[in-house]
Design a protein around this ligand. Structure first.
Ligand SMILES: Cc1cc2nc3c(=O)[nH]c(=O)nc-3n(C[C@H](O)[C@H](O)[C@H](O)COP(=O)(O)OP(=O)(O)OC[C@H]3O[C@@H](n4cnc5c(N)ncnc54)[C@H](O)[C@@H]3O)c2cc1C
Length: 332
């Protein structure tokens, strides 16, 4: 379908992170004419600091997140099967995940391409259970520019602009999509949003195990190979807002990884990164209608799962945008 501004198909999206770009692409594909307004563009959005794997962390409610995650998984597999791994920064990462308590099979086990339980004799010391899983891994430095390119190729436009309040830009009869991440608290006047600060350390690539341990939120361990480098994580500190890397935390992140893979001792540190996960008791994905005929579709609060839920949420945003147009047509 061709974007049709003349027939009221113009849509303004706030935010150029993983959420805003994924929505922009799907909306353009559905025949809308999206414009993104954003203060920060990649690589200066939250995604840049992310580890980032297809995995649900600090994102609710499960009654919606599982379906969104599966839609995203299907799209990641499609891109990989089409040979787009290198240009998108997507790969499949086989890793061990360790647990302090016995685990049932995870909900997604039937949907991923490799999964097996680690035999009791092979479970690392100090843990009760472990899984071998192969999950999509995303390198944000490649994936976000890929999304930007896809958005522009579908006719989408982007303006770098800071907005004080959504009310400042909302026009009668207009549809806005709010993908402002952790800043939705101010923009949409939503006190439920909080920062879940995360820090990661990028080091030189060298052979080591891929490893995931989220059994203790204060001592998260991620070791993920991204081809050109390895990303080490991590942290999750609620209500912390500073964006400068904390040197002591970087040392702790590296030491936890070295306890698992001592050979990484000689790997040079390439970067220390910080991002503010948009925390909320549950993701806000809903339409808000106003008396002047305008509406906002909110899509924020994805916590530590913004990549994982991205395509599923974007498709739901498109469905809500279609429904809004249909309601307006009926009301005329
Ligand atoms: C360390 C770390 C590890 C992570 N690991 C994973 C993982 O393994 N898997 C996973 O799925 N997710 C992971 N995440 C979470 C994921 O990165 C986030 O959920 C996601 O990046 C949020 O994206 P977003 O587009 O909603 O918000 P953001 O990327 O924060 O984008 C918000 C956009 O809104 C714009 N904006 C905000 N306020 C204004 C304003 N006033 N005016 C104009 N523009 C505005 C910003 O400029 C920006 O463009 C991780 C995050 C971190 C920090």
């Amino acid at each position: 379908m061709t974007p049709d501004t003349a027939n009221g198909r113009a849509i303004t999206i706030i935010g150029a992170g993983i959420s805003g770009l994924s929505c922009g692409i799907r909306l353009a594909e559905a025949g809308f004419a999206p414009t993104i307004l954003a203060r920060d563009l990649p690589p200066h959005t939250t995604a840049q600091a992310a580890a980032a794997i297809w995995y649900i962390f600090a994102a609710e409610p499960v009654t919606r997140t599982h379906a969104w995650a599966l839609t995203t998984l299907t799209e990641f597999y499609r891109l990989l099967d089409a040979g787009h791994g290198p240009k998108t920064g997507l790969s499949l990462c086989r890793m061990i995940e360790v647990f302090a308590e016995a685990q049932p099979d995870p909900w997604y086990a039937p949907h991923i391409r490799f999964y097996e339980r680690v035999p009791p004799a092979d479970i690392p010391a100090g843990y009760v259970d472990a899984l071998h899983v192969e999950l999509p891994l995303i390198h944000p430095a490649h994936y976000l520019p890929y999304l930007l390119g896809q958005f522009r190729a579908r006719g989408g436009t982007i303006h770098q602009q800071e907005i004080r309040q959504l009310a400042d830009i909302r026009q009668p009869g207009q549809l806005l999509i709010n993908c402002s991440g952790v800043w939705a608290g101010q923009l949409a006047d939503d006190p439920a949003v909080y920062s879940l600060r995360g820090q990661t350390v990028v080091i030189e690539a060298m052979p080591a195990i891929n490893y995931l341990d989220e059994s203790d939120i204060d001592r998260i361990v991620h070791i993920f190979h991204r081809g050109e480098d390895i990303i080490l994580g991590g942290s999750a500190e609620a209500h912390r807002w500073d964006l400068s890397p904390d040197p002591a935390l970087s040392v702790a992140i590296r030491e936890r990884a070295l306890a698992i893979a001592p050979q990484l001792q000689t790997a040079r540190v390439l970067a220390e990164q910080v991002g503010l996960r948009p925390g909320r008791h549950e993701i806000r994905l809903e339409r808000e209608d106003f008396a002047d005929g305008s509406a906002i579709i909110h899509n924020y609060g994805h916590g530590g799962a913004g990549f994982t839920l991205s395509w599923g949420c974007a498709e739901e945003v498109v469905a809500l945008a279609h429904a809004w147009h249909e309601d307006r047509r009926r009301a005329r």
